[in-house]
Design a protein around this ligand. Structure first.
Ligand code: SF4
Length: 374
């Protein structure tokens, strides 16, 4: 495996926080996921739309995924990108606009480069835009190392030619309705690359440094049986609780702060053990494979319908009619028409109350009694 693949921008949040993870991951196969393939298809279509808009000749890509869905969501990215381009043209007579641009940041991370979905240079501002097609987790642009590394790569190309003062990074994640932007001065970005990226990359390449578990373990290929992650999570079980039959508030807070990671880790361990048992016939001491509960299903819906109609039942008795869900309806009729016709008929019910860490971006609910009244 080449060192470019070892330290990619997309895994940088992991190797920056846990440098030896990069070498440890080499022990595990890098399986291509269906989500990655879908992301590639979305990027190809988004590239096509932007290049066509910019007057660059390009053939429309074909894809095996739901065309309607790809069109719909890449349009959201495309519209946003066009707004940025229009804005840049107001600021500067002749902005530089690059689509799917190779960005080399190997001056800080050996042999590393990435691809910027959209790079715009106009009047002291460098814009980097990244399309994220995933819908699993909301990705924030704030101090996002992948975006910051792309920005370093873009500065390597343009900083000596243009007087860039700040970099604006935007993540557009249309399937989660998430557009996140973060700005940083060129000086602060370079300082981060010198003080953080370079030393961590040097450690990661050598497989050195401290293992450090956290939220970044989520996509680590070693996450299932990594000892550091296990130790971090069982630490809580060994927490030195004070004596007495009941936990006090401080102890509950302590448990709450680690519970998300603990749950994820426990799920990963279960998934790992199940996968080994199912696919490799692994026998875990004290455990066995059984069939889970399942619900009854019609084996042939057409035959069920015919049998009931022949028996004298009416269609309205055996079929139910339902409206398309909001997302499917919006997709079917287009965002504009949906807004025009149904905006007043759509509301957002109150979400289930949930306890989250204070840094979560949702506003705090201070008075639950008032909420009940509403
Ligand atoms: S699972 Fe977490 S702690 Fe273990 S190597 Fe990967 S990133 Fe590091």
């Amino acid at each position: 495996m080449g060192e470019h693949a070892l330290l990619s921008a997309s895994s940088s949040h992991r190797w920056i926080q846990c440098p030896p993870s990069a070498r440890l991951e080499e022990n595990f196969e890098n399986k291509d996921s269906i989500f990655a393939a879908e992301g590639t298809a979305a990027h190809a279509l988004a590239e096509y739309k932007l290049k066509k808009y910019l007057g660059i000749k390009i053939k429309k890509p074909k894809s095996e995924f739901d065309e309607k869905e790809l069109e719909y969501y890449t349009d959201i990215y495309f519209d946003y990108a066009c707004e940025l381009i229009a804005e840049a043209k107001i600021r500067s007579k002749d902005p530089i606009i690059l689509v799917e641009q190779k960005l080399d940041f190997s001056n800080y991370v050996k042999d590393a480069f990435g691809t910027g979905d959209l790079v715009i240079v106009a009047d002291k501002i460098l814009d980097i835009v990244d399309l994220k097609y995933g819908k699993g987790v909301d990705v924030s642009a704030a101090h996002n190392p992948q975006m910051m590394l792309y920005a370093i790569g873009a500065l390597n190309l343009f900083d000596s030619l243009y007087d860039i003062e700040k970099v604006r990074m935007t993540i557009c994640q249309p399937r989660l309705d998430n557009i996140s932007t973060f700005e940083i001065t060129v000086d602060d970005l370079i300082k981060w690359a010198e003080d953080v990226v370079k030393p961590k990359a040097d450690l990661a390449i050598k497989g050195e440094g401290e293992f450090c578990a956290g939220e970044h373990c989520r996509f680590c290929r070693a996450k299932f049986n990594c000892r550091a992650r296990a130790e971090e999570n069982v630490k809580m079980a060994q927490y030195d609780f004070r004596k007495g039959p009941l936990l006090n508030d401080d102890e509950i807070t302590e448990i709450l702060s680690g519970i998300d990671e603990l749950q994820k880790w426990a799920n990963d361990i279960q998934a790992y053990a199940l996968d080994k048992a199912v696919n490799e016939n692994k026998k875990w001491d004290g455990f066995k494979l059984v069939e889970g509960r399942s619900s009854r299903k019609y084996s042939d819906e057409e035959a069920v319908s015919k049998t009931l109609i022949d028996a004298g039942y009416k269609e309205e008795d055996i079929y139910s009619k339902s409206l398309l869900g909001i997302t499917a309806m919006e997709k079917a009729m287009g965002k504009k028409k949906f807004k025009e016709l149904l905006n007043n008929l759509v509301y957002k019910p109150q979400g289930k109350l949930t306890l989250v860490v204070e840094s979560d971006k949702r506003p705090e609910i201070k008075n639950t009694a008032e909420l009940d009244f509403k």
